[in-house]
Design a protein around this ligand. Structure first.
Ligand code: ASP
Length: 322
């Protein structure tokens, strides 16, 4: 099913986070994404669903996967896509985020995809514009499309989310990927474990319905999915661990640590990956165990579904007067 499915509805104007979405709303997004996985494997990948629509990617923080896949997603649906990065935006000349947003808003975009280093900045912006806004990652708060693509990858490989034991390992404190995944996975009935040094996990994390471990082998025992996270050094303002070498020794994913998980446990990483820091190269490149490339593929499908479902909710422009 790759045509417009008119009975599919996502009842929100923006996609700012996973927190607060219901299991049905998440399922609608995942099911619609699924239909695009097949389409993206065909030689003719182009549809005209977003013909006439304008999507602006406003990225005030570095990105490879998220920005490129939103661009591809918009183009594959027939929309016009424009990319603005920190290097090319007037924010560098001192303009505020809101002024930049108001300027872009005046050009009548249909969707703004925004990445910003500050938690909450994307929500603030969404309150000032007329178009749909998608959070492409705000500080250490949320990265909803990453959690959706992770869920789609897991569903593809295992056929389900409910009942799985998922270990999220590494720098939890600074990770928006961890936060969005915790919300999504617990909402969908998975059991989430966090594995991290004491300094890199919030002390009240268990109120999110997860179990916290500080030892890799204890946390990985019998789990179905192992999600590794990068150390988000750009958000660290003090020392959280003695050295990279020591971090890798205790928290880097190696075959030895992975051996206590289920024999077919899937290894995931949102990228960018720091080999030899949070993950050993051998494990990362093991095509039997690692779903890291598949996550990137699912990312395009998820972003197509998000663009489609949010633009469907936009009001029709008033008819032209001749
Ligand atoms: N790409 C992900 C993010 O933007 C993860 C990372 O940067 O480590 O949050």
């Amino acid at each position: 099913m790759t045509g417009a499915a008119s009975n599919v509805h996502f009842p929100h104007r923006h996609l700012l986070g996973i927190e607060g979405l219901s299991p049905d709303e998440i399922t609608v997004l995942l099911d619609r994404s699924e239909s695009y996985v097949e389409q993206n494997r065909q030689s003719d990948k182009k549809k005209s669903l977003l013909r006439g629509r304008t999507i602006i990617n406003l990225f005030i923080e570095a990105s490879t996967r998220t920005r490129t896949s939103f661009e591809l997603a918009g183009k594959r649906l027939g929309g016009d896509v424009i990319n603005i990065s920190i290097a090319t935006s007037a924010i560098k000349k001192g303009e505020t985020l809101i002024d930049t947003a108001m300027t872009l808003n005046a050009m009548h975009p249909d969707v703004l995809v925004v990445r910003h280093p500050h938690s909450g900045a994307v929500k603030l912006l969404s309150e000032k514009v007329n178009c749909a806004v998608i959070n492409g990652g705000d500080g250490s708060h949320e990265h909803p499309t990453q959690a959706l693509l992770d869920a789609l990858t897991i569903r593809h490989r295992t056929g389900r989310l409910s009942g799985l034991v998922v270990a999220i390992c590494g720098d939890i404190t600074h990770s928006r990927v961890a936060r969005s995944n915790i919300h999504l996975l617990t909402t969908m009935g998975a059991r989430v474990r966090l594995i991290a040094p004491r300094t890199l996990v919030p002390s009240d994390a268990e109120r999110l319905g997860v179990t916290v471990f500080h030892d890799m082998k204890a946390g990985l025992a019998d789990c179905d999915i192992v999600m590794m996270l990068r150390l988000q050094t750009e958000r660290m303002h003090r020392n959280y661990f003695p050295s990279i070498r020591e971090y890798f020794r205790f928290f880097g994913l190696t075959y030895d640590k992975l051996s206590v998980a289920k024999p077919d446990a899937l290894v995931m990483h949102p990228g960018p990956m720091n080999r030899g820091v949070e993950i050993d190269s051998e494990v990362a490149d093991d095509i039997g165990r690692s779903a890291i490339r598949e996550q990137v593929e699912m990312g395009v499908a998820v972003r197509m579904a998000c663009l489609e479902l949010l633009t469907r909710n936009l009001p029709e422009p008033p008819p032209e007067v001749h």
